[in-house]
Design a protein around this ligand. Structure first.
Ligand code: GLA
Length: 760
């Protein structure tokens, strides 16, 4: 079949269109395209190295046809044919890999949408109605076969990575009210197979980002948060690989992540016929969302991608996508300045003189951003009081924050401040005035955690107050950065001011207001950057990442534990946003002692920060820190915006681990190698670099550590990738870092903007 007949009614739009030359060799096509083949009733999306296709089947349902490596433009996909009924226990509706299934008819699989009408009807059978392609995205309308309830599906695609974003808008055009019981953003159907493995991330406070792998077998796995926010028990990311063939650089991988910072769920189901379906969106637990006639509900976006180049490439695609399409500075990346944070040095005992001394020392070391953490406001002398009262504590800062801010600016650094705007201590003026502003059930006990309660941001008056307080803080003080903390889960999530049947809207309205506050603050104060922190890494997801510039992966700053934490983080999220601090030794979490070298090299794998009491550092430590910070500035663009290769995994407490970051244009690579615990006289494994320009020559220089005798100063990319490099790491907690600079000019250009020393 010719291309012309295959695409009878081809509609070609997208981030860029597919040229005929590119169509002849689709693997090289840089663009993306969305087509509708009216004859076959097939929708096809080509982008990056992927093709995604689904069609309208004979029953009018939307049925997934293909999701995998890019196909030739004239490959025929479809028509979508309704599967045969296998038995009376396997109804057709359940065997059909539907793009978005309503709970109704004879369906038994986990539906995307389940609702009930005021009159008691709970049947919803979604059928194709129409489509349009607008601004590079595909919109499809499904409608219930009896009631006027529609679902608007939206598909967006990133031309470079082939990552798709899917979401749904549920609209009630019927004459009676309905209530949504569960609403997913999308379902992803994978080809049938018996050898899939699921990777996912689990954790808890100070122990986040553990990578887990389990075989998929018939049955369901639920990754979720019921906590009101993203949480760290599971992160809202998944990857599924075909077994037997996968590793970092080989094998088919389907992966995805939700852009939602409230309670969420990703339901992974393999049926007995080995069909795999990944359904993600709002967590149906305790969910209920009424829609009057004329009302609608928009779901979050569920992003997903595919590669046949292994889990390493899956991570790199996500990193690239986050930098170019999610982060606020998109499509450019704003590099992270070297930061100092006072928390571990002074905790709540902050004051003007003490912070000024720390600022002077930080600037002398080469720090670019100085951040005052908790304790600067209200009656905040411990975590028992003061949250909610965002006024400067005049005992600690008699002249307000201005003298300190001026001092920090005078030292050439930007100024940042810690806030936790969604929380309140019962011992605060705000709570004494507005005890009804928190999440609670009337007449029931409220459960504090860290002596604090959660403000009900879903309320208009509460979110208006939070916005005004922060807007004032940023208007009255010359601040460039907020560390936005969030230190507990929800409890008693009641909203007693609303009618009982409306109260569970809190799960959606809270997050929408949070996003709205962040968006408006960014608009009013475009020079201010924000970090998402949640007692560590409990609120990291593609939703919050769209409105914040960096994240705090864990309160655990032990540099050895951090190797696993940072490695786990890197499966889903870019080093560009991952802050990592050098803190004191022994470490406060586990009393482990480590050298300053080990601490610096571990932290240099992300956005470098210092959180130690630097006033206690010796002149030798100062000199060492100055050298590391200077070295970091020379490699930060590579670390933060380069392609990350995980060479040796630190998971499962492995003694050896190594990563390599390569600049997009191949001009520089940075290799980090760590040894947690040496064994006998074993040599460190040879490290083979990846992603270099084979023919170009690279000069190596050590930031720290020792290379084996005979290591050449300069060699080809091919040499470093195939001969490799031997480093001598010995004993406990040893580390090395090597920079490889390409000798000669680059052939392509980098897409990052460099940070200035004062990013104001
Ligand atoms: C949380 C954060 C820490 C620090 C404290 C301050 O625990 O994760 O980094 O900011 O709050 O109270």
């Amino acid at each position: 079949m010719s291309r012309a007949t295959s695409y009878l009614a081809a509609v070609v739009l997208g981030l860029s269109t597919l040229s005929s030359a590119a169509a002849a060799n689709p693997q090289e096509a840089p663009g993306s395209a969305i087509h509708f083949d009216a004859a076959q009733r097939v929708f096809r999306i080509d982008a990056g190295k992927i093709t995604y296709a689904f069609g309208v089947n004979g029953d009018g349902a939307l049925q997934t046809l293909y999701w995998g490596s890019r196909l030739a433009a004239d490959d025929l996909l479809g028509p979508a044919s309704v599967p045969k009924e296998r038995s009376s226990f396997d109804p057709v509706g359940s065997n059909t890999p539907q793009e978005y299934a309503g709970w109704g008819g004879a369906i038994t699989v986990m539906p995307d949408l389940k609702l009930h009408f005021a009159d008691g009807n709970r049947d919803l059978v979604l059928r194709y109605d129409s489509y349009r392609i607008e601004n590079g995205s595909l919109h499809i309308t499904l409608q219930d076969r009896a009631a006027k309830v529609t679902v608007g599906l939206r598909y967006v695609v990133d031309a470079a990575t082939g990552i798709l974003g899917r979401s749904a808008r549920i609209e009630n055009h019927a004459s009676q009210a309905l209530t949504i019981d569960r609403a997913a953003a999308a379902s992803w159907n994978l080809p049938s197979a018996t050898d899939y493995s699921l990777r996912y991330l689990t954790g808890t406070w100070a122990s986040e980002w553990h990578l887990r792998t389990r075989p998929l077998t018939p049955g369901a796995t639920e990754l979720e948060s019921r906590r009101g926010s993203t949480g760290d028990e599971n992160n809202s990311w998944f990857a599924i690989e075909r077994g037997g063939e996968w590793n970092e650089s080989r094998g088919r991988v389907w992966f995805g992540a939700l852009a939602w910072s409230g309670s969420w769920s990703i339901h992974i189901d393999q049926d007995v016929l080995n069909q795999v379906r990944v359904t993600g969106g709002f967590n149906p637990f305790d969910f209920s969302y009424p829609l009057e006639p004329g009302q609608s509900l928009q779901t979050p976006v569920f992003y997903a991608g595919y590669t046949d180049e292994g889990i390493g490439e899956a991570s790199r695609l996500l990193h690239q996508f986050e930098r170019s399409s999610i982060l606020p500075a998109r499509p450019q990346l704003k590099l992270r300045p070297v930061l100092y944070n006072s928390w571990e040095a002074t905790e709540f005992k902050v004051n003007e003189a003490g912070q000024q001394r720390l600022a002077e020392k930080a600037a002398a070391l080469g720090v670019e951003r100085f951040v005052v953490d908790d304790g600067w406001f209200g009656a905040r002398n411990s975590d028992h009081a003061g949250l909610g009262d965002w006024v400067v504590n005049r005992e600690k800062f008699p002249n307000g924050l201005k003298p300190l801010i001026d001092k920090v600016h005078g030292l050439g650094m930007s100024f940042g401040l810690w806030v936790e705007p969604e929380m309140v201590n019962p011992d605060s003026d705000l709570y004494r005035q507005h005890p009804d502003w928190v999440l609670h059930f009337e007449g029931r006990q409220r459960s504090p955690a860290r002596h604090q309660l959660v403000l009900n941001l879903a309320r208009e008056d509460v979110s208006a107050h939070v916005f005004e307080v922060l807007d004032q803080l940023l208007s009255q003080n010359d601040i460039q950065f907020l560390k936005w903390d969030y230190n507990r889960n929800w409890s008693e999530p009641g909203w007693p001011q609303l009618a009982p049947e409306q109260q569970q809207k809190v799960y959606v309205a809270y997050v929408h207001h949070l996003y709205d506050i962040l968006r408006r603050l960014r608009e009013r104060h475009p020079g201010v950057e924000i970090e998402s922190c949640s007692g560590g890494g409990a609120r990291v997801d593609l939703g919050i990442m769209g409105l914040t510039d960096e994240v705090w992966p864990s309160d655990n700053t032990d540099p050895s534990d951090r190797l696993s934490i940072q490695d786990g983080f890197s499966y889903a999220y870019a080093p560009a946003v991952m802050m990592s601090w050098v803190t004191g030794s022994p470490n406060w979490v586990n009393r482990r002692s480590s050298s300053l070298d080990f601490r610096f090299l571990s932290s240099m794998q992300g956005g470098l920060g210092i959180g130690a009491n630097i006033l206690e550092w010796t002149p030798a430590e100062d000199a060492s820190a100055r050298a590391y910070i200077a070295a970091y500035k020379g490699i930060r663009a590579t670390v933060q915006s380069g392609r990350l290769y995980r060479l040796l995994s630190p998971q499962e407490r492995a003694p050896q681990s190594a990563t390599e970051s390569v600049q997009a244009d191949g001009s520089q690579a940075v290799l980090f190698a760590f040894l947690r615990q040496g064994q006998e006289a074993q040599a460190y494994p040879t490290l083979y670099l990846q992603g270099l320009d084979s023919a170009a020559r690279y000069r190596q220089r050590l930031i720290h550590g020792k290379a084996a005798v005979g290591t050449p100063e300069m060699a080809s990319g091919a040499y470093w990738m195939h001969h490799g490099i031997d480093l001598s790491l010995q004993g406990d907690l040893d580390a090395a870092a090597v920079v490889f600079d390409r000798v000669g000019s680059s052939t392509s250009t980098s897409t990052t903007s460099t940070s200035t020393s004062r990013d104001r």
